[in-house]
Design a protein around this ligand. Structure first.
Ligand SMILES: [Zn+2]
Length: 345
């Protein structure tokens, strides 16, 4: 079966790549329909590694996916052939200590698509546990279904922040994860979200998502903009989505006393952290790693219209052009948020 294979750093090919998979009693076989390109996929392509995860042999990319069930295991009763679904790409050991504690995303043994040595899903079909496969209502498209994976990061962040109705939040960084965090913060009840970036095209997209104030920090200091928006008090929550060391080191400055910070963007290097700046405001700091228990919530909000991700899907390539899609994504083109690949019928 044809798959998009990362042969090694900077070398992709669309080629026959058989993957041996057996359908267990609690598994389903899914025909892939839409797969989003994630920053991590691009990073493996251009760098061959992310932190300790190194691509040592050819690996299929892709982990943001939706599809149609084409076969169900003997013990699966809640899903049926023909169901439209999206899939959670990280599978823990079901009986691990982390999983039993409800922290399955932190299970050291988690197997996550397109994270070496686990193959991703830019291929015709995949076998996946039914427990990590979620039905899409008819009014949620395959494209939106493939956005549930990044959206889940924002929803997990908003959940960790314990957003209260009327909160003012800051989202630092208007990339795909920043923008889904904006959507999650607004859906969770924020009265206003102040989004900072240095790219006006990304900020323009952020402004269209709802009650958003866009701040280009190349021109306006974030603290000044936040003071103006909050009568000098500061924001209730900062979602740090840039991973940028300087931005991340200054997270406490625009925050109100008793505020909260959620670190979502992953800095590539260790960063300095202003402990005293957090102490004088008694800031509560949270960190998120991927997500847990939020897929049904994301699907529910897409179905009800509480969250609309359509404006974030800025380009779609056919699977036959997926190498070109990655080459294009690797140039970080201005104005693009989420690039997706549509699988053939
Ligand atoms: Zn992703």
């Amino acid at each position: 079966m044809q798959a998009l294979v990362l042969e090694e750093k900077n070398r992709l090919s669309l080629r026959d790549f058989p993957v041996e998979e057996t359908l267990g009693p609690r598994d389903v076989r899914i025909k892939l329909k839409t797969v989003g390109i994630c920053g991590s996929d691009v990073h493996y392509y251009t760098h061959g590694a992310i932190g300790p995860f190194v691509v040592r042999e050819p690996m299929i990319l892709g982990h943001e996916a939706s599809g149609v069930i084409e076969e169900v295991g003997s013990d699966v009763t809640e899903l049926a052939v023909g169901d439209r679904v999206c899939m959670e790409p990280g599978i823990p050991e079901p009986a691990s200590r982390a999983a039993r504690l409800g922290l399955y995303n932190l299970d050291p043994a988690v197997r996550f698509w397109a994270t070496p040595p686990i193959h991703g899903v830019l291929r015709p079909s995949v076998v996946h546990p039914a427990d990590f496969t979620f039905k899409l209502p008819d009014n949620v498209s395959f494209a939106a279904g493939a956005m549930v994976e990044p959206l889940a990061v924002g929803v997990h962040g908003a959940t960790k922040a314990q957003v209260k109705p009327g909160d003012v939040a800051i989202v630092i960084g208007a990339g795909p994860i920043g923008l889904v965090t904006v959507l999650a913060a607004l859906a969770a009840g924020c009265a206003r979200v102040i989004v900072s970036d240095v790219d006006d095209t990304k900020l323009a997209i952020a402004e269209k998502l709802g009650a958003v104030t866009a701040v280009n920090v190349a021109r306006t200091p974030l603290v000044e903009a936040v003071k103006a928006e909050t009568a000098g008090w500061g924001a209730d929550i900062v979602f740090e989505c840039s991973g940028n060391a300087r931005a991340a080191a200054a997270v406490f400055e625009p925050l109100c006393p008793g505020g909260k910070v959620v670190f979502i963007g992953i800095p590539l290097e260790p960063i300095p952290y202003d402990v005293a700046g957090g102490q004088i405001k008694e800031v509560r700091v949270e960190h998120v790693f991927r997500y847990a228990h939020v897929y049904p919530r994301c699907v529910g909000m897409l179905a009800s219209g509480a969250i609309d991700v359509s404006s974030l899907i800025t380009r779609t390539f056919p699977f036959s052009a997926s190498v070109e899609a990655f080459e294009y994504a690797a140039t970080s083109p201005a104005g693009e948020v989420k690039i997706q690949i549509e699988m053939p019928d």
